[in-house]
Design a binder for this molecule. Sequence first.
Ligand SMILES: Nc1ncnc2c1ncn2[C@@H]1O[C@H](COP(=O)(O)OP(=O)(O)OP(=O)(O)O)[C@@H](O)[C@H]1O
Length: 497
Amino acid sequence: MLAYDAAFLNKELSKRTSIFGLSLWVVVGIIVGAVIVIALFLLSLCLTSRRHRRRQNPKKIYDPKDSGTPVVLKEIQEIVHLRGPNQHHPAPLPEIHADIGKSEHPVMVFSDRISSGESRGTPLSVSEARSSFGGGSVGPEVSHLGWGRWYTLRELEAATNGLCEENVVGEGGYGIVYKGVLNDGTRVAVKNLLNNKGQAEKEFKVEVEAIGRVRHKNLVRLLGYCVEGAYRMLVYEYIDNGNLEQWLHGDVGAVSPLTWDFRMLILLGTAKGLAYLHEGLEPKVVHRDIKSSNILLDHQWNPKVSDFGLAKLLCSENSYVTTRVMGTFGYVAPEYACTGMLTEKSDVYSFGILIMEIITGRSPVDYGRPQGEVNLVDWLKTMVGNRKAEQVVDPKLPKMPSLKALKRALLVALRCVDPDATKRPKMGHVIHMLEADDLLFPDPQERRTRGESSHSNRDRQEKKELNFDKRSNGEGIADQSEAEDSSRSLNQPTRWR
Ligand SMILES: Nc1ncnc2c1ncn2[C@@H]1O[C@H](COP(=O)(O)OP(=O)(O)OP(=O)(O)O)[C@@H](O)[C@H]1O
């Protein structure tokens, strides 16, 4: 039976066909061969184009296929939300929850809730937020916004040499920062946010909404952003002299190039940036992560506050918000760490720690030091209380400051870290105290003789600089005599020799 079938098949396949009189088995062979050749050709085409795409984009840090998070879809959903079903009655703006943590700096975690009976500080208006996100349209090459630009991935890749390793200037909790040069010659820092379970997405929104519209010479300017596919990038002005942490704690040799005057300049500029966030904006912005690595410096040692990824917006009708505690160990205010209640005075506390760091050259918490010196605040209070103020100064300082200048800086630092948040000065007041040159605690009588009022020209100038135009009463720039009173009320550590 089998032999019969084989003979039959052989006979059928050997029959001549109409195609050039070829036998059937030859035709079948040719067709199978052709199909295999075409399949191989298509496969090689596909492999070549994928390799080409990868070469164009060598540092693809986050691939949605890998993480399983459909970021693009998420973005589109949110933009649709922002637009709302009716353009004239937009849907409520999704609340910006900035209570996000940087994995390496968690302090404590509390539940996130709105302060009793009060609503959380609302972010920008819907229309502002809509414009922040480019009016909801995804994917145009370049979209000009009210405050900045929407950059394309291609532009930013070109600017950073394909996000290449040589252009990396640093890496933070949320992403890698590259330096780059745009087509028009502008130097930029491009932060490519890593997608860490959607936290990068939150940081992205917080940064865009918190500082997108902010302009101040002591705040790093956000020039724009890139939203393309899974990419979320923030584009800042480039600050070219590293950060304060590197200059204080890095390897700078036996003598620091940071003189006392430069250090005071850095403090003053930082205070001005913070005062603008707290007192010059509505809603006010609480930075929440003031620390030396977030103070960038230019070659004239002008400071620029950066990294607004943890910022919180606080409306004037709210005195505080309660939120998950985030920040950096050693800089977080005690009341915020214990209760989660956040006010701008938490930034004031961190600023006080920054002053101590800059005076002493020591980190806020240093486990490498002997017991009793690990915690900078405790050690400094003890030293000052024991009348050893001169001994706290950074040994790397090229020249000791005058005792008066040292006392002034220490006094401001101690006031800023007052355990009672309500007693801490506002940043406007801090500026005043830091600037108070020879008038540390002037005799009010003497001040009157000089014809100075509490609202002198300098006060007015300062208000202008801080953009306090909307305030009519000058609140926030406290009278010098207030500093005098406060200094008297300070306890033991401020009794000077
Ligand atoms: N606009 C900028 N110009 C120049 N360098 C910058 C700029 N922004 C950030 N950098 C540098 O990039 C590095 C990373 O910054 P980033 O803000 O991402 O993290 P960080 O503040 O150091 O750490 P973390 O986010 O964990 O608190 C820092 O060393 C900083 O000096």
